[in-house]
Design a protein around this ligand. Structure first.
Ligand SMILES: C[S@@+](CC[C@H](N)C(=O)[O-])C[C@H]1O[C@@H](n2cnc3c(N)ncnc32)[C@H](O)[C@@H]1O
Length: 176
């Protein structure tokens, strides 16, 4: 899947990374990234998706290299400064309060931690195509502002292809 490849490339996972995914669905992105990092965690609010994600990451979960929990991305069940990087794919447009989720991601990221969001960009075409589904889409500028307001820095938002939008940002190094 192209969004996975782009998100992976932008995140550039390292062997000592502690990775978090929100809205992991069936856990297929987690399965790709998990062997590349020291430890991986994921959360989804759907119990069915959590079950599927645990099945598709069975070995890593059994070995304690992956943790998959059920819950809302607005209330992450991990302490402050738990992760070195986080990514999410094809879920940002579902969030009614993305600022709350960004605040949580900021909280659980260590100083210098990286964030990648792979979603659908707001454009006249995407509004026509996706409006019936009620998806929340943002222009690149809106996405940049949202990230900046939540304290993220080194923000880069680009729009690969017709639909895609990929946002990268970092929690400042000096911030606990
Ligand atoms: C379209 S699926 C994408 C799954 C996966 N990220 C992928 O790209 O294949 C969106 C997922 O986000 C989850 N989700 C949506 N809002 C959420 C929230 N507030 N907290 C946790 N999970 C959420 C849904 O349950 C669903 O599994």
């Amino acid at each position: 899947m192209k969004a996975f490849a782009v998100a992976l490339q932008r995140l550039a996972p390292q062997p000592d990374d502690l990775f978090l995914e929100i809205g992991c669905g069936g856990g297929y992105f987690l399965r790709m990234i998990q062997p590349m990092v020291a430890k991986a965690a994921a959360i989804d609010h759907s119990p069915e998706m959590v079950e599927l994600a645990r099945q598709s990451n069975q070995e890593a979960v059994a070995a304690g290299r992956a943790e998959i929990l059920q819950g809302d991305a607005e209330r992450l069940p991990w302490p402050d400064n738990s992760f070195t990087c986080t990514a999410n794919t094809a879920m940002w447009f579902f969030l009614p309060r993305p600022g709350n989720v960004l605040a949580e991601l900021y909280r659980v990221l260590k100083p210098g931690g990286r964030l990648v969001i792979a979603t659908i960009r707001r454009s006249w075409l995407n509004r026509i195509v996706w409006a019936p589904y009620g998806l929340r889409l943002y222009t690149n500028q809106q996405m940049e502002e949202m990230l900046s307001q939540c304290g993220f820095r080194e923000i880069r938002v680009s729009a690969p292809g017709f639909m895609g939008q990929i946002a990268m940002a970092r929690k400042p190094s000096g911030q606990a």
